[in-house]
Design a protein around this ligand. Structure first.
Ligand code: SAH
Length: 349
């Protein structure tokens, strides 16, 4: 196993057989060796610094009907809300004073906001906080819309590809949504000049080892700046309510492999990982992650942005997220920094 891990660390390549060997390996020492190699790479680019992103979940209205997602359009039990521009800016004000230098505007695909609305919100955030990065995560749009947000000052865009396997994509989404369009969006985003994030759920229904391997190949090919992965967690009001959640162990191994495939990538230890394991985010960092994304949304709406069941940090104590995370990160020898947290320059090859 050590040979396989050493070869991966050295070349950034992994055959399907070697990939399977790593994910089936139950030996704790070998797994720790994998994590030590990925930490080494993360530390080479980012030291012991962990970047934070202030996540503003500004709307849970969505026109899509992704089979896994709790805010899908046909979930009549979702308690819908949307924030006004002023409420979004209040979240940023609060976030800025807490030391956040990246704001992530994430939401369902809510057609209530026009491109003019986004352009004006992005412009206002950038003029109040020129030292901050703005990340958009509002799903599939036209190329011209992406261009407008970029010109308004948006720096980054997160659009998980969800799966690089077209047949798998069809089993996770209704017929109306298309794999081709999602790929088109990701290519447009990169082309326009966004720092682009892709990603997928670990253990989503019908996922196979082969489809995960395709996700890794896709990452290698696209060379995104960020990769967001977290376990699939069922939501009770979706068609996937009775499927099993993805595993923490597999998510950790994939974080490590992704770090070794693309050593300078921005890699969050996600809230979903913290939801299936109380120390999931700490374990994620020890497996090579270097970003955390605490919630900056108004506490009163947090429980309504429910993509999956039992999401952490939605109670009244949630206002403390920033400090709680600092303590958690320090407990494992890392440090949260006040920084835009851009992607480090790519390794020379
Ligand atoms: N509407 C935006 C933002 C999506 S929500 C977009 O389309 O990009 C962010 C991510 O949450 C999704 O990309 C998906 O990978 C993840 N997610 C949704 N439902 C989930 C679930 N049940 N378990 C785990 N992750 C989920």
């Amino acid at each position: 196993m050590k040979n396989i891990i050493d070869a991966l660390a050295k070349t950034g390549f992994l055959s399907l057989d070697d990939f399977k060997a790593i994910i089936h390996c139950g030996n704790a020492q070998d797994t720790e060796y994998l994590f030590s190699k990925s930490r080494e790479q993360a530390q080479k680019y980012y030291g012991n610094k962990i970047f934070v992103r202030g996540l503003i979940e500004f709307t849970n209205y969505c026109k899509n009907d992704c089979l896994y997602c709790g805010i899908r359009a046909s979930n009549k039990n979702a308690n819908r809300y949307r924030l006004s521009a002023e409420e979004i800016l209040n979240c940023c004000d609060n976030g800025y004073s807490l030391g956040f230098r990246t704001f992530v505007l994430q939401g369902g695909e809510d057609m209530h906001y026009t491109d003019d609305d986004y352009v004006s919100i992005i412009g206002e955030i950038k003029s109040r906080y020129p030292d901050c990065a703005v990340t958009m995560s509002i799903g599939e749009r036209s190329r011209s819309s992406y261009e407008r947000y970029f010109e308004a000052g948006a720096d980054r865009y997160l659009l998980r590809h969800e799966t690089a396997d077209c047949d798998h994509y069809k089993r996770l989404h209704p017929d109306k949504m298309s794999f081709e369009n999602r790929m088109r969006c990701i290519k447009d985003l990169k082309d326009i000049g966004y720092q682009t994030g892709v990603g997928f759920m670990v253990g989503s229904p019908y996922q196979t080892e082969e489809s995960i391997y395709k996700d890794l190949q896709f990452i290698k090919e696209i060379q995104p700046h960020m990769v967001g992965i977290g376990p699939f967690i069922p939501h009770k009001d979706t068609p996937f309510a009775d499927f099993k959640a993805g595993s923490c162990d597999l998510t950790l191994k994939l974080l490590a492999i992704i770090r070794l495939i693309k050593p300078n990538v921005l890699l969050p230890a996600t809230t979903a990982l913290g939801t299936i394991d109380p120390r999931g985010r700490e374990k994620g960092i020890l497996a090579g992650a270097n970003v955390v994304m605490p919630n900056l949304s108004p506490v009163m709406h947090r429980k309504d942005y429910s993509l999956y069941d039992n999401k952490i940090c939605t109670g009244e104590e949630a206002a403390e997220c920033r400090f709680c995370l600092s303590r958690r990160v320090e407990s494992i020898g890392y440090e949260i920094v006040t920084d835009r947290g851009d992607c480090a320059a790519a390794p020379q090859s």
